[in-house]
Write a protein that binds this ligand. Structure first.
Ligand SMILES: [Zn+2]
Length: 159
């Protein structure tokens, strides 16, 4: 993939081995890593955006950063989201609906002033952490709460 210029098949299988080596779900691992670094956030926090309900896996409500860790199969990752060969009449529309729902959630969030970070579950943990930190600390976007600050989020990261 263009995102991974050095991703030889060897590198990719190393990633896959790393995924299999742990029983921890990628989104759980990401939450734990961020929490250990001092970040505070809501998990599975429901947002009502113009009538559309969105539930990011990780939400920084004061900084308005929404993080999703998308399963390669369910969200049709271009690397691992291969379609089931059986019963395509069932799976294709179902997976297409998932992807469509993702895009609509992204739009609703962005319209409401949120920054959206979507990570495939195959992304290495350190890359996922870096992507979230980048989104939180983007220059020109100070951590100004749009409303009352969430006390749990006023703590600065312990970096
Ligand atoms: Zn994948």
């Amino acid at each position: 993939m263009a995102d991974y210029p050095k991703a030889s098949s060897a590198g990719r299988s190393a990633n896959m081995r790393a995924i299999r080596r742990t029983d921890t779900k990628p989104e759980l691992a990401l939450r734990q890593a961020l929490h250990r670094m001092g970040y505070r956030f809501r998990k599975d926090h429901r947002l009502d955006l113009d009538g559309r309900r969105v539930r990011p896996d990780i939400a920084f409500t004061a900084r308005k950063v929404a993080v999703f860790v998308d399963g390669c199969f369910w969200h049709a990752c271009p690397d691992h989201g291969s379609r089931p060969s059986v019963n395509q009449g069932y799976w294709n529309p179902k997976l297409a609906r998932n992807v469509e729902r993702d895009r609509m959630a992204d739009s609703a969030l962005e319209l409401a002033g949120w920054r959206v970070v979507r990570l495939w579950e195959h992304v290495p943990l350190e890359d996922a952490v870096a992507a979230v930190i980048t989104a939180l600390g983007r220059p020109g976007q100070p951590a100004q709460p749009g409303g009352p600050a969430q006390p749990s989020e006023t703590r600065e990261p312990l970096l």
